[in-house]
Write a new protein. Structure first.
Length: 265
């Protein structure tokens, strides 16, 4: 699923009720650089990161052109934009960026707001979002979540990860990306299958992690906080173009000589 490119402005913080849960991750970081150096760090990670930045310089991966940060109507009121960001994230689960982008365009042509979705019957909504992955479940989740947003949040979306993950069909990755894109706030690292796979291949985790949420926790233990927002965008595009799930293009990768998982010819 897509992410937000560094420097992409977030939606204006209008009617925000309270601060994000950023402080939840501050404990134990200390007030100087020394504790950070004392922590475990992956071997060669800075060089690997610079290589990935170089390979992503052209910004021509699907996530760059059709990611969630490109799916909302930037001329809509902030509250509507935030709702559209959340909907795009819900649609993007196990769905290619191209398919998510097309579904969002079809929804936006009908005027994509909390009220318009609540007034739409399930069959119509399903026809519009098809063929996104698990579209039948997503129809149900979208209708349930939209009703909650109307009743509990005045039509806006929650501004904390804890509240976002309570919404039907919204997982941790979506919640962190919603914080990044909709609220312009970094509460944690957004980890999808690309970030999960590449982090394990590069040994950016102390020991192999079983799922994206384990990977998020492992990365946040050592990765400098100022990189948390950038890392999703970098690794998603890298995973779409080079470090593929099957048959990764190791011969084209600048990290071939310093990647533990590289296939060297």
């Amino acid at each position: 699923a897509g992410s937000q490119a560094p420097g992409t402005p977030g939606i204006p913080r209008q009617r925000r009720r309270r601060k994000s849960l950023a402080i939840a991750y501050e404990a134990g970081q200390g007030d100087g650089a020394e504790p950070r150096r004392a922590r475990w760090e992956p071997r060669d990670w800075r060089e690997q990161l610079e290589h990935i930045r170089e390979m992503r310089r052209s910004r021509d991966a699907p996530v760059d052109e059709m990611g969630v940060h490109k799916c909302y109507d930037s001329s809509a009121p902030p509250q509507v934009m935030r709702y559209q960001v959340l909907l795009a994230l819900m649609l993007s689960s196990q769905t290619k960026d191209q398919v998510t982008s097309a579904a969002m365009l079809r929804l936006r042509r009908r005027g994509l707001t909390v009220d318009s979705v609540l007034q739409m019957d399930d069959e119509t909504l399903g026809q519009i979002i098809y063929p996104v992955g698990f579209w039948r479940n997503k129809v149900k989740y979208i209708k349930q979540t939209t009703a909650i947003l109307k009743q509990k949040y005045g039509g806006d979306i929650p501004s904390t990860v804890e509240e976002l993950v309570q919404l039907p069909g919204v997982g941790p990755k979506m919640a962190h990306l919603a914080m990044h894109i909709a609220w312009d706030s970094v509460a944690g690292i957004a980890v999808d299958t690309h970030v999960h796979r590449i982090s394990n291949r590069l040994k950016w985790v102390k020991k192999e992690t079983k799922n994206p949420e384990e990977t998020r926790v492992a990365l946040e233990e050592w990765l400098p906080r100022d990189l948390w927002k950038e890392i999703n965008w970098l690794l998603v595009g890298f995973g779409q173009q080079t470090c593929l799930p099957v048959n990764p293009r190791c011969s084209q990768c600048l990290n071939q000589d310093i990647c533990p998982a590289a296939k060297r010819l």
